[in-house]
Design a protein around this ligand. Structure first.
Ligand code: DC
Length: 243
C-alpha cells in the first residue's frame, strides 16, 4: 500500500477492531495485517494465555498435563506480561517478567495445556484487565475468543472468524513443521478439535459470536482476499480510509 493510502487510513478516528473465533483460523495473521494497513497496534491475547501457561509449566503448576488451578492462581501475582514491538517480525513479541518467551509459547505442550489455564476465572480477570488497559486509547486490533463479547463489547468492528477444522489443522501443522517441530497432522487435528470444544464450553467467557459480529469463513480465502473483504467493511463502518 502507498504512503498516501496509509496516511488516509490513519486519518479516521481510531477505533477498536475485535477479532474472535476458533483456534488456528489465521486470526493473528489477519489481525497483524489489518494493524499494519491501518497503522494500529496488534494485540494477540492468545499469546497472553499461552505465556501464563508456559510460566505455569515451568513453575510446577502443571504436571503430566494436569493443571493445578490453585497453584496457577498462586503464581499470578508474580507474572508480569508485556509486549515489545519487533520490527523484524512487524509485530510485538511477548515478554514475561522481562524475559522474551515469544519462541516458546506455541509448542504442542503449551497448546495442550492452555485451555485448562484459560478456563481459570482469576487468570481471565487478570488478562482481561490488562487487555482493556492496552486498548484504552483505541487504535488496536485485538484477537482472541472473548474480545467482542467481554473485553471490548463496545468495539466498533467485531469479526468472528471460522474455517473448516481440517483446513485449520493443516495450517497449524505446516507452521509447526516449518519451524522444525516433529508433530503429526492427526495430533494437531485432535488438539484443534479439543480446543474448540473446551473454548466453547468453559464456564467463564466461552467462545461465542457476539450478536453484532460479522462472520468470516476463510477456509478458501487468501489473506489478500480477506483484506479486500475487510477494507470494504471498514470503509462502510467508518466512512473513511478510502484505500
Ligand atoms: O489464539 P490461540 O490459539 O493462540 O489461543 C490460545 C488459547 O488461549 C486458546 O485455546 C484459548 C485461549 N484464549 C482465550 O481463552 N481467550 C482469549 N481471548 C484468547 C485465547
Amino acid at each position: 500500500m502507498s504512503d498516501t493510502n496509509t496516511a488516509a487510513a490513519a486519518k479516521h478516528r481510531k477505533i477498536i477492531i475485535a477479532i474472535d473465533g476458533f483456534s488456528s483460523c489465521g486470526k493473528s495473521t489477519f489481525a497483524k495485517a489489518i494493524a499494519a494497513r491501518l497503522g494500529y497496534i496488534f494485540i494477540d491475547t492468545g499469546a497472553m494465555y499461552r505465556a501464563v501457561t508456559l510460566y505455569a509449566l515451568t513453575h510446577g503448576a502443571i504436571r503430566s498435563g494436569i493443571v493445578d488451578e490453585e497453584r496457577v492462581v498462586a503464581l499470578l501475582d508474580a507474572i508480569s506480561i508485556a509486549f515489545r514491538f519487533n520490527p523484524e517480525r512487524g509485530a510485538s513479541d511477548i515478554y514475561v517478567n522481562g524475559e522474551l518467551v515469544e519462541g516458546r509459547i506455541r509448542t504442542i505442550e503449551v497448546s495442550n495445556c492452555v485451555s485448562g489455564v484459560s478456563a481459570i476465572p482469576e487468570v481471565r480477570a487478570k488478562l482481561v484487565a490488562l487487555q482493556q488497559q492496552m486498548g484504552k486509547s483505541r487504535g488496536v486490533v485485538m484477537d482472541g475468543r472473548d474480545i467482542g463479547t467481554v473485553v471490548f463489547p463496545d468495539a466498533e468492528i467485531k469479526l468472528f472468524m471460522t474455517a473448516d477444522p481440517a483446513v485449520r489443522a493443516r495450517r497449524r501443522y505446516d507452521e509447526l513443521r516449518a519451524k522444525g517441530d516433529e508433530v503429526s497432522l492427526e495430533e494437531i487435528e485432535r488438539n484443534v478439535r479439543s480446543r474448540d470444544e473446551a473454548d466453547m464450553h468453559r464456564a467463564v467467557s466461552p467462545l461465542r459470536q457476539a450478536p453484532d459480529a460479522v462472520v468470516l469463513d476463510n477456509s478458501h480465502m487468501s489473506v489478500e482476499e480477506q483484506m479486500e473483504w475487510f477494507m470494504r467493511l471498514f470503509r462502510e463502518r467508518t466512512g473513511e480510509g478510502n484505500c
